[in-house]
Design a protein around this ligand. Sequence first.
Ligand SMILES: Cc1cc2nc3c(=O)[nH]c(=O)nc-3n(C[C@H](O)[C@H](O)[C@H](O)COP(=O)(O)OP(=O)(O)OC[C@H]3O[C@@H](n4cnc5c(N)ncnc54)[C@H](O)[C@@H]3O)c2cc1C
Ligand code: SF4
Length: 339
Amino acid sequence: MLRLPKFELASPTTVTEAVAMLASTPGSMVIAGGTDLLPNVKHELFTPPLVVSLADIAELRGIRAAPNGWTTIGAMTSLADVAAHELVRARFPALAQAAGLVAGPQLRAMGTLGGNVLLDTRCQWYNQTYFWREALGFCLKKDGTLCHVVEGGSKCVAAASNDTAPPLMTLRANLVLEGPKGRRTLPIDDLWLADGAYNKKLEPNEVLVEVQIPPTTAQHRGAYGKLRERGSIDFPLFGVAVRLELDAAGAVDTADAVVTAMQARPLRLKRFQDHLKGRVPGTESFEEGAHLAADSAYAQCHPMPNIPGDEDWRREMVPVYVRRTILAASRGEGPVHHV
Ligand SMILES: Cc1cc2nc3c(=O)[nH]c(=O)nc-3n(C[C@H](O)[C@H](O)[C@H](O)COP(=O)(O)OP(=O)(O)OC[C@H]3O[C@@H](n4cnc5c(N)ncnc54)[C@H](O)[C@@H]3O)c2cc1C
Ligand code: SF4
């Protein structure tokens, strides 16, 4: 059994208080639902002297429709609530589907949207006990100088593995962050660094307050596809969010897709819109466009042995999941996964 090392726990009731507590102790960390943080602390991946809980900050919970058409989701809103919420399901189906496929029901009840967006990268050589990692000589991300994935590599390539990041990127969501210098708004696309050691451009001691999502139209279509070993609980071996916006004639006007569980940051699929623009869902032409977009995703995506699952098999699954998720989105269906 892995024991939880000792740390101080603080429970502020305002974001400003939380930020001040974080700033007061070097190495302190935020805990939201704790579903990733606590296993990582048990594995001695993090050794925070102080853990600041956001559980008592009422401002951080809830889903609200703003008068300007934007939707605001508090960082401490549970994934179960995001997945079930009527507004999210109607306006942002891919986000509701992705939140509903994170881990299993207990973890979605505890896990939060904020914790999912800010999830640490994952690697099969890193998410292990201290004993296991020590026996291997550690690695670049923690305590060592080698990478076991890329021989001779000088940069960690642990994988972004958070399911809600791809749909939030296709939706062009903004993150509201509060730190010692005050509040700022950051487009989620600008959050990421291509470095698995730490893949986020957060300022020290910043807290994610809420996620703001711009309006979608009645012609919005979205779906999420997720490949994983066990359909009941696992992290993604591949995840793809698809967004389609149709015009008045029912043809694709704009299209976007973002994938996860590949590299250190979620990746936008290149030339995705070119393959689908002008095509009408339900037609042969649209099916052809979906095939072309899937082939193009295959050319772009090169899974690495950073997470479990044979990488050649994972690559073969890329076009399958991309094509199926495009078709599901176009039909107002999804998610695409196996149980
Ligand atoms: C068995 C298992 C399976 C899982 N499967 C999946 C999966 O399929 N897909 C997936 O995406 N995840 C999965 N997870 C990981 C995790 O459960 C989810 O990502 C969850 O959403 C994390 O949210 P949390 O609130 O528990 O975050 P925490 O564990 O509390 O925090 C995660 C990280 O974010 C930081 N943080 C959290 N909230 C804030 C905030 N508001 N401001 C600043 N920093 C913050 C923490 O400091 C920490 O670094 C799985 C976990 C387990 C144990
Ligand atoms: S990608 Fe390499 S450096 Fe990064 S966690 Fe995995 S083994 Fe370590």
